[in-house]
Design a protein around this ligand. Structure first.
Ligand SMILES: Cc1ncc(COP(=O)(O)O)c(C=O)c1O
Length: 362
């Protein structure tokens, strides 16, 4: 089928670029002796997870229990929730998954340990636990070595919980456009997580996992000693946010196909894709809602729920019914708006995959 036959807005994935991105990250991590545990919140798609596992990923990372449920139903055998699981209902749902797969979760408070321990006891299962360490993002995670030590001691008193290691999301690397500044921040983050890991390993008297995760940090963290695991997510698709940090636009696999619905007399045209197909993320230094492929001078200046407004400036003026492809600002929030990924090679649709965990935010 040709892409012009698709109902729009439709999410397209360039299959060749997707395969190349998956392979490249698998090669990067394996060449540095790191385990790859990709974050599936980016794609929420069982078929795509299978490709990542097929390329050598040791397991997957998820943000939410509901994502983990979908992925275990789709065949995942090793899932790490890189997030806090707070509340008896959520913890119990997670523990029940541990009957069918190896399950681990993040903790950064004694309360988090207690929810996990209660649920594991209730279901008579073991849960793996990773202590979250803040290495600069300023989000979740213990801030001091003393806090990490206190948590390990608390965990050691819980026989149903097994301490696997420490983890961080070095998401503050997104703040640095300059590669030198980014490298500096990555070095500092790696040092902090190694230090926390050494303290935890010492308390346990055993080797542990030291896990980092971000797409902008992948290249910079891969060669760092003392880290054992990487959890990038966006790398599979790429997006404008990654290109702002130096990613080659031709490696971006994801785009939204939209139809021109109006051409106005003031140098603009309207498409049928707005915030409900592209999401509302904006880049820090740019007001655009996305980039129109092959039309670098067109400006995506305005978006409401179902409309996008693009200034064409008199250049290659489109007609109603024409199609445009838009590279989104942020792949993860864009994908969560859709039910299907249409796999394309050139302009041919070669497959359609369900976004199985779409809307799984609980
Ligand atoms: C805990 C955690 N790990 C890994 C990632 C993956 O990072 P990226 O989105 O840069 O690929 C994220 C992203 O939000 C995250 O929150």
């Amino acid at each position: 089928m040709h892409i012009s036959e698709l109902e729009t807005p439709a999410l397209l994935v360039d299959k060749r670029r997707l395969d190349a991105n998956i392979q490249e990250m698998a090669d990067l991590t394996s060449s540095h002796g790191k385990r790859l545990r990709p974050h599936i919140k980016t794609h929420k798609c069982v078929e795509l997870m299978r490709l990542q596992l097929g390329a050598g990923a040791v397991g997957i990372t998820a943000a939410k229990v509901s994502e983990a449920e979908v992925m275990v139903n789709g065949g995942a055998s090793d899932v790490f929730i890189a997030n806090q699981v707070i509340g008896d209902t959520k913890a119990s749902r997670l523990a029940s998954l541990a009957r069918r797969a190896s399950i681990s979760l993040g903790v950064d408070t004694v309360a988090g340990v207690q929810f996990a321990a209660r649920a594991a006891r209730e279901h008579d299962v073991n849960l793996g636990v990773m202590i979250e360490v803040d290495t600069g993002l300023g989000r979740a995670g213990v801030r001091t070595i003393n806090e990490a030590t206190e948590l390990v001691r608390c965990l050691l008193a819980e026989p149903s919980l097994h301490v696997l290691g420490v983890f961080t999301h070095e998401g503050h690397l997104y703040r640095y456009v300059s590669i030198d500044e980014r490298r500096h921040a990555a070095d500092a983050a790696a040092e902090l997580i190694r230090e926390a890991g050494a303290v935890v390993a010492n308390e346990l008297g055993a080797a542990i996992a030291v896990s980092v995760g971000s797409t902008p940090g992948a290249e910079l963290m891969a060669s760092q000693p003392g880290l054992t695991e990487m959890r990038p997510g966006v790398y599979v698709f790429g997006d404008r946010m990654q290109c702002r940090l130096g990613r080659e636009p031709l490696t971006c696999a994801l785009s939204v196909l939209a139809t021109v619905t109006s051409v106005t007399t003031d140098g603009r045209f309207v498409i049928d894709a707005g915030l409900k197909s592209l999401a509302s993320d904006r880049l820090p230094d740019d007001s655009s809602y996305g980039e129109i492929e092959a039309r670098p001078r067109w400006q995506f200046v305005m978006a409401s729920e179902e409309h996008g407004v693009i200034v064409h400036g008199g250049e290659q003026v489109p007609n109603p019914g024409d199609k445009v492809r838009i590279v989104p600002n942020h792949a993860c929030t864009c994908v969560n708006m859709h039910r299907h990924l249409h796999l394309v090679i050139g302009d041919e649709v070669v497959d359609r995959w369900s976004i199985d965990a779409q809307g799984c935010i609980f």
